[in-house]
Design a protein around this ligand. Sequence first.
Ligand code: PLP
Length: 336
Amino acid sequence: MKNLVPYSSARDDYKGSEGVFLDANENPYGSITPEKWNRYPDPYQRALKARIAEIKNVDAAQIFLGNGSDEPIDLLFRAFCEPGVDNVIINPPTYGMYKVSADINGVEAREVLMTKDFDLNTEGILNAVDERTKIIFICSPNNPSGNDVDLGKIEQVIKGFGGLVVVDEAYIDFTNRASFADRLAEFPNLIVLQTFSKAWGLAALRLGMAFCSEEILSILNKIKAPYNLSGLTQETVLKALDNIASKDEMVSDILKNRTDLKGQLESLDIIEEVYPTDANFFLVRIKDAKLVYKRLIEQQVILRDRSSVVLCDDGIRITVGTTAENHALIEALKRL
Ligand SMILES: *Cc1c(COP(=O)(O)O)cnc(C)c1O
């Protein structure tokens, strides 16, 4: 990997923006759409990163943008893990993509279960580390449990491990703690993941962010697909970032609905436990979870059955919806 010569695109060879561009075999006339998409997009998404840097208070030189968070997750395996030799550590129950990406890349994912209240087993994690452990994945707020894990424990793992630590903050907008992105200078082995798929309401555009040291970033940039983010995504998100107020308003509505929904769920006999959440969803324990899941689908209310997931017996994950959607859920549960 150190000796890899990355693909050099036309936009790498000549970086200016004025002139007669006959270098990339593009169509000179335009596109078959009303808008013009005939020119290749900026491979390093500079305009978008400059704006995200302001919003996130992170140096633009420490931002990687990918096709969803899934892209940086996959690239980390490809960049830093030797298939069949190296391993990573994950903390089930957690986001499924870390394990899937490990499997695809032929890398062992060592599982250190969370505690019963869904916190990190720091001792277990650090004991599971050996000389071939390259990455530890921590998800906070954690999916599917919803809670922020103890921040001191995250810090303990980052400080106690010589390899890379990924802190996945996909749900950071719904919690009131500070982001670990504020602490990149302190921890050169830290990679913070965030996404536009949840709070920003842009899941279909596929835009994920990784914040990390410039050393890590330079390696990710070397192995990513040259034009990994479409021009449509870059331009649409750049425009959307003029409208942060609308995101804030949606987040505050979701937080209000979260409080209301919690009370409503807790008042139902069928719900055995509503776990604490710092995200836009709840994990609940419910009698006969699989049956309830199916009966709700018959009423066209679709939840996420997590009852087969470790430590999530009888668990169902419920996304906080609009007031009307949450009402539909509660009415459907009452009918059961
Ligand atoms: C939803 C989610 C993501 C976001 O994935 P994208 O590929 O950016 O849409 C990342 N991590 C976790 C834990 C999630 O739940």
